[in-house]
Design a protein around this ligand. Structure first.
Ligand SMILES: [Zn+2]
Length: 189
């Protein structure tokens, strides 16, 4: 609910007006659910209302928001003259808030464009070498390799330290894949 973040009736009415108005309470709930701080949520909600005004002045809708819109909005805030906006304060919160609002609009089906940048999970170089070595020298099958590599990745993320005499796990991690083999592979990498 918007009242968690704003109390002045004038502000509440302003935020609930315009293109973003029908979505602003739901956006406030989403920000609270996602654990945004009070200060960030306030800025993001203002940005959402501002983005609605921006689109309205361009004779566009919230469904039209795409990556170019967000870029334009980022430039617009420097020379903003939108009535009732909080002025064109130049700070990153406005752009982050607008992006988060677009994500919310996508999640709720208002906007069809998914602008979320998806991070590709990249396998650490050492694990790639480990996988290749096991495939070549032990003829391991793919399911076995997956199992071994998952365990080896866990070992790496548990601060495994390789010493001249073999391997020592700093955090006492245990592993089911024969640590000596792993150590040899990693040492030869
Ligand atoms: Zn503006």
């Amino acid at each position: 609910m918007l009242e968690k973040y704003f109390s002045a009736p004038k502000t509440l009415a302003r935020l609930r007006a315009g293109l973003s108005g029908p979505h602003i309470d739901g956006f406030a709930d989403a920000l609270e659910r996602d654990g945004y701080s009070h200060g960030s949520a306030v800025r993001y909600l203002r940005a959402a209302a501002h983005l609605g005004q921006f689109q309205q002045r361009r004779h566009e809708t919230l469904a039209d928001i795409d990556a170019t819109t967000l870029d334009d909005f980022g430039r617009h805030r420097r020379r903003c003259r939108c009535p009732l906006s909080n002025g064109g304060k130049v700070n990153h919160h406005v752009v982050f808030g607008a992006k988060r609002f677009q994500t919310y609009l996508f999640e709720t089906g208002v906007c069809e464009r998914d602008l979320t940048v998806r991070l590709r999970i990249v396998e650490p170089v050492l694990i790639v070498s480990f996988r290749d070595w096991f495939r070549k020298h032990r003829g391991a099958t793919e399911p076995t390799l997956r199992h071994y590599c998952r365990d080896a990745t866990q070992m790496l993320t548990s601060s495994v330290r390789i010493s001249a005499n073999g391997m020592q796990a700093e955090s006492g991690s245990s592993c089911s894949i024969g640590p000596i083999s792993v150590a040899r592979v990693l040492q030869n990498t």
